[in-house]
Design a protein around this ligand. Structure first.
Ligand code: ZN
Length: 370
């Protein structure tokens, strides 16, 4: 690091004594009305005639008034959706934690639409709204490109349309969609992402094409949320087994809000089984754990590690790499550990890697001097 960069980095050091890159914050689209200026005339007319402009498209897994949707001190006045004000997000997250960047992952109900056309129109409008209302207002903000999840052709069009704007640093997908993420249907998306240096962020959440468990529909949020890590395991195995990383050696995946304490046991099972049946998947030429360590990253909040001293260090040791964890707050949700967002067990060079280096190495469009 040269002297100028060192000085910049020092100046930015926040509550952790080291600058940070927050890899998962959630701006909320206030309502469909907010997006109306970003639709063309045809769709504006459609949405008014069909009453869609009066909907708010909240994902059912994060209802605005539910306690878990926002920390109490991060709620906005007058019933505004938590996370819907860029100035307040700047104050609560970037200033408070001393983060140099925060990456906006916009989880919006339109991701679950069955109409490919309408999903594409919403994705386009949300990306344009993000650029104008968020990225233009705070130079520390970056964003994942929202895509229509079930139509790769339209998804690639949206990636191509936005790729010229370097403030878009990744592509956003949900962990539970129509098909496993390794399937070839999704490969055009990965091809475009690799071409433009955009990691794929796979965030917790479902389009509810299927039950969020493999045994049928659960009754409670508790079940839905805890079961997300099972879906992440299935997706990770799908990506490895279908050969995504052989086909696209330059691609990176970021698992956001996935937890990571399940990873050591998962890697062990995947390695062991692969050794026995690898003739079935000849394109998987390395142990699954080696492929995962090379290509997949995990945001740390909400953390699923036990609080006892030593446990987290052991898990990192079992993962076998200090490159895979990345700092996040998951703002404004309430599951994360507030100002203790960086676990005390992470110190020294590991803390620096989690706060800064690992994100810089993953998001190739982030520039330290930007
Ligand atoms: Zn999140």
């Amino acid at each position: 690091m040269d002297t100028v960069t060192q000085q910049r980095v020092k100046a930015r050091a926040g509550i952790f004594g080291h600058p940070a890159i927050d890899c998962d914050v959630h701006p909320a689209v206030p309502s469909v009305k907010t997006l109306m200026p970003y639709f063309d005339e045809y769709w504006r007319e459609q949405f008014i005639a069909r009453g869609i402009d009066r909907l708010n498209f909240v994902m059912t897994s994060q209802p605005p008034n539910a306690p878990i949707t926002s920390r109490p001190d991060w709620r906005l006045p007058a019933g505004a959706k938590p996370g819907s004000d860029p100035a307040i997000l700047g104050k609560h997250v970037l200033d408070a934690f001393g983060s140099s960047y925060a990456i906006c992952n916009t989880i919006h109900g339109s991701l679950a639409l069955h109409s490919d056309d309408m999903a594409a129109v919403f994705a386009r409008a949300i990306n344009d709204w993000l650029a104008k209302e968020w990225l233009d207002r705070d130079p520390r903000l970056r964003a994942s490109i929202v895509i229509p999840l079930e139509n790769p052709e339209f998804a690639v069009e949206e990636i191509e349309r936005r790729a010229g704007d370097k403030r878009f640093v990744s592509v956003l997908m949900l962990v539970m969609g129509e098909q496993p993420l390794g399937r070839r249907t999704h490969w055009p998306i990965y091809k475009a992402a690799e071409k433009y240096g955009l990691p794929i962020v796979v965030h917790a959440g479902s389009t509810y094409r299927h039950a969020p468990t493999s045994i049928g529909w659960p009754s409670y949020f508790l079940e839905d949320y805890v079961n997300q890590s099972g879906a992440f395991e299935s997706q990770l195995l799908s990506l490895v087994a279908e050969g995504v990383f052989s086909k696209f050696p330059g691609i990176k995946f970021v698992f956001a809000e996935s937890g990571f304490c399940w990873l050591p046991a998962f890697m062990w099972r995947a390695n062991k089984t692969w050794r026995g049946v690898r003739m079935e998947v000849p394109w998987v030429k390395q142990y699954p754990a080696e492929i995962i360590r090379a290509h997949v990253r995990f945001t740390i909040q909400p953390i699923d590690a036990p609080p006892e001293p030593g446990d987290l260090e052991r898990i990192v040791e079992q993962i076998g790499s200090d490159d895979v964890l990345m700092f996040s707050t998951d703002y404004p949700h309430w599951q994360f550990d507030g100002t203790d967002a960086l676990p005390k067990a992470l110190t020294g060079s590991l803390a620096r890697k989690v706060l800064w280096d690992n994100a810089l190495a993953t998001y190739s469009r982030l520039e330290v001097n930007a």
